[in-house]
Design a protein around this ligand. Structure first.
Ligand SMILES: [Zn+2]
Length: 444
């Protein structure tokens, strides 16, 4: 990647170890890495002027189901609780195929990019009609997103007392074999990696105890991360107590699902002991505030998690339960929601942005991302604060208070993927048109 200089940024929020903020700074990118930061750097290579802009690290999304951008705002699923919502959507998802997976992933990723995201995980746990995780991996590579897809799975269908219909579950042996295939084919462990594969049975209520345990053994054998949904709402806790005779934290610990290489989505209902367990074991949490609001799941104890030293990142969650995929708005929501439960001083705009950047990078095991510092990957978001949303703001760097909610420019591994508010790497109008055709076909 050629050299590029971001010049004269009005404000840089580095999120580095000292949480430094700089005014009038330049940032030099070379070969996908930040190589120099300072004032008045020598002008060489391509120059991007950033006067009137706030520059932040690219945001990190730690939980998503990209395929769900094809089922936003589905009638019947708009006002249901988690389990009822799933039962409305499963039959629709069972009609997906490879093209639906590819196009919906590009739509979801483009939406993330415009909201400042440079690294996203994805959790795909159903593979109907010949679709594979390969479809979303190819979609992410084409659009230029740094990607951590996870091979999800469901194995307990309705006839075995599970929630999903039998047609959407797989044999556990097939699940593990496909996970091995995917890791061997796509996983890149190197610093600066653009694709790391994880293993991610959908949730304790859709797979067996054996699969949870075997997935953890396999992940450790392969040196990849583990991800699932945990303690999302009261129904989820009740299911765990009834079926497993313990709370979700205990279940996770017993099966090898705690550690620095594990992160769990939601964790709305973790109790004090579970929070201590997560802190002790360095287990990460993907906090999804909009989805938790939308499904009425509750307010995750983010203040307690952070105070206990638990790694917390942000997730937009799937677009069937958000239904937007705007990560900077998600960060704002996380800040507001903590204030609802704990008061106005419970979380600052800068702390929420920290969770959205270096917090997420820590959860995903990416110390090379999530901050603006020499030697870190060149993943940067440039926010124009000369516009309407910021007019009159006394502190434009407090982005989550007054906007904007869309980037002007975005760089991933030093490559510009958004310019002047438009995704540059794919033919976006064509992708949107295709997505709408596919959605209409599914609806008919
Ligand atoms: Zn989810």
């Amino acid at each position: 990647m050629p050299e590029l200089l971001i010049k004269n940024a009005s404000h840089v929020l580095t999120m580095d170890d000292g949480r430094r903020e700089m005014a009038g700074a330049d940032i030099r990118l070379k070969d996908g890495v930040i190589v120099e930061i300072g004032e008045g750097l020598e002008t060489t290579g391509e120059v991007v002027l950033a006067k009137g802009c706030v520059v932040t690290p690219g945001l990190v999304n730690t939980h998503h189901h990209l395929y769900q951008t094809l089922t936003r705002a589905v009638p019947g699923g708009q006002d249901a609780l988690l389990f009822g919502w799933l039962q409305t959507l499963y039959p629709i998802w069972s009609r997906f195929g490879p093209e639906e997976m590819f196009v919906s992933a590009q739509v979801g990723i483009a939406e993330l990019m415009l909201s400042g995201c440079t690294l996203t995980s994805d959790h795909l746990y159903l593979f109907p009609n010949g679709s594979t995780l390969d479809d979303t991996i190819h979609a992410a590579a084409e659009i230029g997103m740094r990607f951590q897809p996870t091979r999800g799975a469901m194995s307990i269908g309705e006839s075995d007392g599970g929630l999903p219909p039998d047609m959407l579950v797989e044999r556990e042996e097939d699940i593990l074999n496909d996970a091995i295939r995917l890791v061997d084919r796509f996983h890149d462990a190197k610093e600066g990696s653009m694709c790391r594969v994880g293993i991610a049975p959908c949730s304790p209520f859709s797979v067996s105890r054996d699969l949870m345990r075997d997935a953890a053994i396999l992940a450790r054998d392969k040196g990849v991360m583990l991800h699932t949904h945990l303690a999302e709402n009261d129904e989820d806790i009740a299911y765990s107590l009834e079926k497993f005779g313990c709370r979700p934290g205990q279940y996770a610990e017993d099966l090898g699902w705690t550690g620095d290489d594990v992160w769990h989505a939601h964790c709305v209902k973790l109790d004090g002991q579970e929070i201590d367990l997560f802190a002790r074991s360095r287990t990460g949490v993907a906090h999804c505030p909009c989805s938790n609001c939308r499904l009425g799941s509750g307010i995750a104890p983010v203040r307690d998690l952070r105070d206990a030293g638990v790694k917390v990142g942000l997730g937009v969650d799937g677009s069937a339960s958000n239904d937007a995929g705007n990560l900077v708005l998600e960060a704002r929501q996380s800040m507001l929601l903590q204030r609802v439960s704990r008061g106005a001083d419970a979380m600052s705009a800068r702390e929420a942005l920290e969770i959205a950047t270096r917090g997420g990078a820590e959860v995903l095991g990416r110390p090379d991302c999530g901050q603006i510092a020499v030697g870190k990957r060149a993943d940067l978001a440039i926010w124009d604060v000369t516009g309407l949303e910021s007019a009159g703001s006394w502190d434009p760097a407090a982005l989550l208070l007054a906007g904007p909610v869309q980037v002007r420019d975005l760089f991933i591994e030093g490559r510009q993927t958004v310019r002047s508010g438009h995704v540059t790497t794919v033919d976006m109008p064509r992708v949107i048109e295709r997505q709408n055709v596919l959605a209409r076909t599914l609806a008919s």
